[in-house]
Design a protein around this ligand. Sequence first.
Ligand code: CUA
Length: 319
Amino acid sequence: MPPQQVLGSVGPQALAIERLWWLTLIICTVVFLAVLAAVAWALFRAPRGDLTTPPDLSSLTRPERGAAISVVAGIALCALLLVVLTIASFSTDRALASLGAPSLEIEVTGHQFWWEVRYEDADPSRSFSTANEIHIPVGRPVLLKLKAEDVIHSLWVPNLAGKKDLIPGRDATLALRADKPGTYRGQCAEYCGAQHAKMAFLLIADPPEQYEAWAAAERKPAREPGEAEQRRGRDLFVNGRCGMCHAVQGTSAAARYGPDLTHFASRQTLAAGMLPNTVGHLAGWILDPQSIKPGANMPANPMPPAELHALLAYLGTLK
Ligand code: CUA
């Protein structure tokens, strides 16, 4: 599994949050230890007595200058530390909002329980869709436009940025930049139903030329399958149940209810980051998704082995 680390920032947004986290931890730890030390000292210096010792009420009439100074100093120090944390929090917020003009906008829509990822272009023929995998170029600011189709979700790639909610009917944005190539795991961070925990995705940051090559491949429609079995699988896909929910560009399957599968075989995972994308897992997922993600919207698809083989052969061509 690729990393999903709050303290492993690879971009300026996550770094700003990570710094704030360390500052808060250090200040709170020092305050906590100081309070414990004060309690220990108070216990240690408390006068000892037994049931027959008369109470010492002298402090009620005798002014305690030392105690008064300690209390005032303690309050002043706490107020000062809170001001420091407030300023740090404000400046972190400013840092998060100062990434600069995005070089790329990606529309991410949360569904129960997967991520639709749409790369819009002014020229519609250059727009394309994928799912559960967000590719971005390294070193360039990217703006994610967040939408939700059904309920509230939350997008979180801790290595790159903080969380942002996806709220139906209310679009949000999240700016981020990856400074190091790599694959980072992201997770839905807002309870959205039975399979909330199994709503993950991969964010893949590639050097710009590698990203452009990926995008160029994604823009192409699916290749015409070469072998007879693959073509049979394509016909089963398009005319059977698969095409009622999924799209494969270049065929008549154009539904947008489930993930776009045009280049499905080039994706690393199945079922929103849950399984490696291998033939065995794919067969299990097609036949009985409910045993892997109970409550997901994909129904079971029982079919004879020959049909399953043809379908798997076809899906394997969708590179
Ligand atoms: Cu989507 Cu939790």
